[in-house]
Design a protein around this ligand. Structure first.
Ligand code: NAD
Length: 294
């Protein structure tokens, strides 16, 4: 592929390794982060303007939708006509659609492309991209997805990538809680956790939470539970994604009672208890330590 000029905004835990992987693949990458962070093989610019002015493609990896809107507004005044804007952050569907509309007005291509795979996937170039936007935008972004990830799905129009991401993570949050509370019940019934895993992982209660990311230490494949619940996928990131899914459910008038309850439990865990900084599967010791009345 012809080397591209890429501007990368947001060199945090995810953005820095993603930008480095693009540079390692031969692209010319200029990066910017308000915190002054850098990334291997990436030239650092002084501001957003200097990051995007000559770029063929601009990629953002930012904390939330309001920051995305601010950054995109600044970037769009300086990007060259016909350039591609790819937002890989996890944001609300409304901000993704709003950003795509603003890009269209500025005669730019735009794709929302949140990821799953976490920091390990970002470093290893094995992320999954869920993309929303035009066919042209997705086609132009695809070779870059191939460098940063192992799979990219074009989910539909602008916002469809974010929609897929929050629906997936709403299932994940609810199934992790269901798996953890079943282990906690099994404990109280005197059923060994290993036996519980042996049965459920090959029965109709199986799920990714049980089979690939088992929340019980020493049971199933190696997971954050085996590392004292060091993330992994932090409980506060699950809280963020569950908040986005409830925000979207409200806007779309969708009835999502399990998602709402999962949000309430992760909020309590992160904001009122000791969940912050722990893996989201630490819901198991939390539930196992409680009684029915508590
Ligand atoms: P992070 O906080 O490490 O990185 C975000 C970076 O954006 C920070 O370095 C921050 O300084 C920078 N930033 C903030 N405002 C800025 C601005 N105006 N201009 C330039 N830079 C700015 O977060 P992260 O873990 O890298 O996550 C980034 C996004 O990816 C989030 O939306 C998150 O939900 C999503 N995500 C994270 C994971 C994960 O495991 N960490 C997994 C999937 C998706």
């Amino acid at each position: 592929m012809t080397p591209l000029k890429i501007g990368f905004i947001g060199l945090g835990n995810m953005g820095a390794p993603m930008a480095s992987n693009l540079a390692a693949a031969g692209h010319s990458v200029t990066g910017f982060d308000v915190a002054g962070t850098t990334a291997k093989d990436v030239t650092v610019a002084a501001d957003i303007s200097g990051t995007v002015r000559d770029a063929d493609v601009v990629i953002t990896m930012l904390p939330n939708g309001s920051i995305l809107r601010q950054v995109a507004a600044q970037a769009f005044t300086d990007m060259q006509e016909g350039a591609l804007f790819i937002d890989c952050s996890t944001v609300d569907v409304e901000s993704a659609r709003n950003t795509a509309e603003a890009a269209e007005k500025a005669e730019l291509l735009a794709v929302d492309a949140p990821v799953s795979g976490g920091i390990g996937g970002a470093a290893g170039g094995t992320l999954t991209f869920m993309a929303g936007g035009t066919v042209d935008g997705f086609a132009k972004a695809s070779p870059l997805f191939e460098i940063m990830g192992q799979k990219a799905v074009h989910c539909g129009e602008a916002g469809a990538g974010q929609a897929a991401k929050i629906c997936n993570n709403m299932i994940l949050g609810a199934t992790m809680i269901a798996t953890c509370e079943a282990f906690a019940l099994a404990d109280k019934l005197g059923l060994e956790r290993q036996k519980m895993f042996d049965v459920v992982s090959t029965s109709s209660g199986y799920s990714w939470s049980m089979n690939a990311y088992c929340p019980a230490p020493g049971v199933g494949p190696t997971s954050p539970a085996d590392n004292d619940y060091t993330p992994g996928f932090a409980a506060e990131l699950m809280l963020k994604d569950l908040g986005l899914s409830q925000q979207a459910a409200e806007a779309a008038n969708a009835d999502t009672p399990m998602g709402a309850l999962a949000l309430a439990l992760y909020r309590q865990f992160v904001e009122d208890e000791d969940g912050k900084g722990r893996d989201f599967s630490a819901m198991l010791p939390r539930l196992a330590a409680r009684n029915r009345e508590s």
